[in-house]
Design a protein around this ligand. Sequence first.
Ligand code: AMP
Length: 233
Amino acid sequence: MDSTDFSSLDLSASLLKNLRSLGYEEMTTIQAQSLPHILAGKDVIGQGKTGSGKTAAFGLGILQKLDVKNFELQSLVLCPTRELADQVAKEIRRLARTIANIKVLTLCGGMPFGPQIGSLQHGTHIIVGTPGRIEDHLSKKTLNLGTVTTLVLDEADRMLDMGFQKSLDIILRKIPAKRQTLLFSATYPDQIQSMSKRIMLKPVLVQVNSTHPPMTTALLNNIFTKLPITKIA
Ligand code: AMP
């Protein structure tokens, strides 16, 4: 897949129109490499840092398959920190601004439980949160993950470094096995490889070395010749 034009993707007309109005003219490398697989419903491991455009890669995947008329929780995005969760929720809301009545909720530690419980009772399509607070809601039985069809682990290496493995295991047990799992990580150490084997189904691995803005087709093609996509069978 060497096209960098968003219109080459199977995205709705309203998402494409919004991308144009946001000034997203071309896909970044990680978007061009991962979005065709994400939109095809595959599990994807994306190795890319903040600044690579990874949020829009998984955000567009979530939004394209979202059923806004269904007020059940459909996607869960886990982030290591509140700052990242806020940033991710903001980007998803920007990408979703042409979709009426969409609900994106952030659930992070350091915030009072009451308003979070109230928002959960009103129904939400997408939750972006930190593992500790999601685990707390599960133990309080204020959150049901039984309807989740897309799980995103963002900055997965940082979540493991911060000691969230146990929380992640608890959360994963509550999400249906029949789901799409997208894992993004700046690094790809053994711990991430073994976790991906446990929680993902035949993931496609997309590796992007550098952080950069959207690229010209010529530049991108040049990079593709140096960085082939590796697939894990
Ligand atoms: P991220 O790596 O997801 O934190 O994204 C870095 C920044 O790039 C964010 O401010 C995005 O809004 C922006 N961005 C993501 N994809 C594109 C694109 N295709 N064209 C222009 N800007 C983008």
